[in-house]
Design a protein around this ligand. Structure first.
Ligand SMILES: Cc1cc2nc3c(=O)[nH]c(=O)nc-3n(C[C@H](O)[C@H](O)[C@H](O)COP(=O)(O)OP(=O)(O)OC[C@H]3O[C@@H](n4cnc5c(N)ncnc54)[C@H](O)[C@@H]3O)c2cc1C
Length: 394
């Protein structure tokens, strides 16, 4: 593993840093895990996305021919480091940039690429992911939403759930069953659905944090043009897996970085305890040091993953390990903050007298989400057990 960056990577860093120094005042506050989805938050994010787009700083991993920057793996790392350093969030505008765009680049026909990619880049169309259903989550291939052919259209009926951002979405990439007789992985098709079509109903779900980040979505006789089929009919599982691969490879989201541990230390230094502060207690310092060590171990695991990529090797077990350990670390940190806060931990987000505006209790509630999405942590345990440790299937 070589920890040095090349002169080209450093030049790239300088270019980005200069741009960020000049423009970071336009950025909204970095997105917390399971951010509050108020309309204002959304508008702020659209504004920041458009600013980044003007500068050519969105979709950095897309090929240049589709409007991306075609950055190398290391430059993507530099990009994340510089965004962190500037204290701004990486642009997040639904699942267009991270999931649908790369999937369409791989599977879409030219007409679909020309129609959809530019509007994802410019932030003019916002996408949501219609995968999970009330009876199909971990067992995604059990999905029941039906699409039946009718002339130049598919007619869609069914229900999705936990659809993040559907309340803002213009479009949805939707998994539907097009052959109910075929084995379950073989009768699925991948459709691009206009969320403004007649027959689409979005019902927000209020989470334990009070935020309305995701939704139930109902489809009742929704007509979807056949030209919106990605890949071939009944072959949608392969397309869906490509999207999931992009989701999992980027699912460091929700993990705890050094910034979070720094803030926990900072909290301990402010909380009165036994005539001093919590930080004076060596057991508190030791616990925070433990979190720091775990986060460093994850950092080097991420580098190992990167090294494999740079050497052109297939993805290893690091992805599952990172997803599992980083989301659990984030949860442990939030729970420990509750212990430190004592009775103050009961004050909710935004309450009067809540320390740090109640962000710690918000995080404690929100930190469960990342242990569930992009493959639950129990499923990651299964993958590590079976594919890494070679244990027999349960
Ligand atoms: C914050 C958040 C955002 C989300 N956004 C979206 C979105 O935008 N679009 C979308 O389609 N979905 C979204 N989801 C849904 C997510 O993909 C599902 O919640 C996830 O796949 C789990 O499915 P489930 O909730 O149906 O739970 P289930 O699959 O029913 O699992 C229930 C429990 O059983 C365990 N379990 C299930 N199977 C096994 C097994 N084989 N071995 C061991 N344990 C098992 C699970 O780990 C879990 O603890 C989101 C979820 C969250 C939390």
């Amino acid at each position: 593993m070589d920890f040095n960056y090349s002169p080209e990577d450093e030049a790239f860093r300088k270019e980005l840093r200069t741009w960020l120094d000049a423009n970071k005042q336009f950025a909204p506050k970095p997105r917390d895990i399971m951010f509050d989805e108020r309309d204002d938050d959304f508008k702020d994010r659209v504004r920041w996305h458009k600013k980044l787009h003007e500068g050519g700083w969105v979709a950095i991993n897309w090929p240049r021919q589709y409007g991306g920057r075609g950055l190398s793996v290391l430059q993507r790392l530099v990009y994340g480091e510089e965004m962190n350093r500037a204290g701004v969030g990486e642009p997040y505008l639904g699942m267009g940039i991270s999931l649908l765009g790369p999937t369409l680049i791989h599977w879409g026909n030219e007409e679909q690429k020309q129609r959809y990619l530019p509007k994802i880049l410019s932030g003019d169309e916002f996408w949501c992911q219609g995968y999970s259903e009330p009876n199909a989550g971990s067992d995604l291939a059990g999905l029941q939403t039906r699409a039946v052919e009718d002339g130049d259209y598919f007619v869609v009926n069914g229900q999705k759930v936990w659809t993040s951002g559907a309340q803002h979405a213009d479009m949805c990439f939707l998994l539907t069953r097009t052959d109910p007789e075929a084995p379950k992985h073989k009768g699925i098709s991948y459709l691009l659905v206009d969320m403004h079509s007649p027959g689409v109903t979005v019902r927000p779900l209020v989470q334990i944090t009070g935020a309305k980040g995701f939704n139930e979505v109902f489809f009742e006789d929704v007509r979807v043009p056949k030209k919106n089929l990605v890949g071939r009919k009944n072959q949608g599982w392969q397309v869906a897996m490509t999207t999931l691969m992009f989701e999992r490879s980027g699912s460091g989201g929700g993990g705890a970085g050094p910034g979070e541990i720094g803030q926990l230390a900072n909290l301990a230094k402010r909380l009165p305890r036994n005539g001093g502060t919590a930080w004076d207690d060596s057991s508190v310092r030791q616990k925070i040091a433990e979190f720091h060590s775990e986060s460093q171990a994850l950092r080097y695991t991420r580098y190992r993953q990167l090294t494999r990529q740079l050497k052109g090797m297939p993805p290893g077990p690091e992805g599952s390990m990172l997803k599992l350990c980083s989301t659990e670390l984030a949860l442990k940190i939030a729970l420990y903050a509750m212990e430190l806060l004592g009775t103050y931990s009961q004050l909710e987000y935004g309450a009067q007298f809540a320390i740090d505006r109640g962000r710690w209790s918000y995080r404690m509630l929100a930190a469960r989400g990342p242990t569930i999405f992009a493959g639950t942590n129990q499923i990651q345990h299964n993958i590590i057990g079976e594919r890494v440790l070679g244990l027999p299937k349960g």
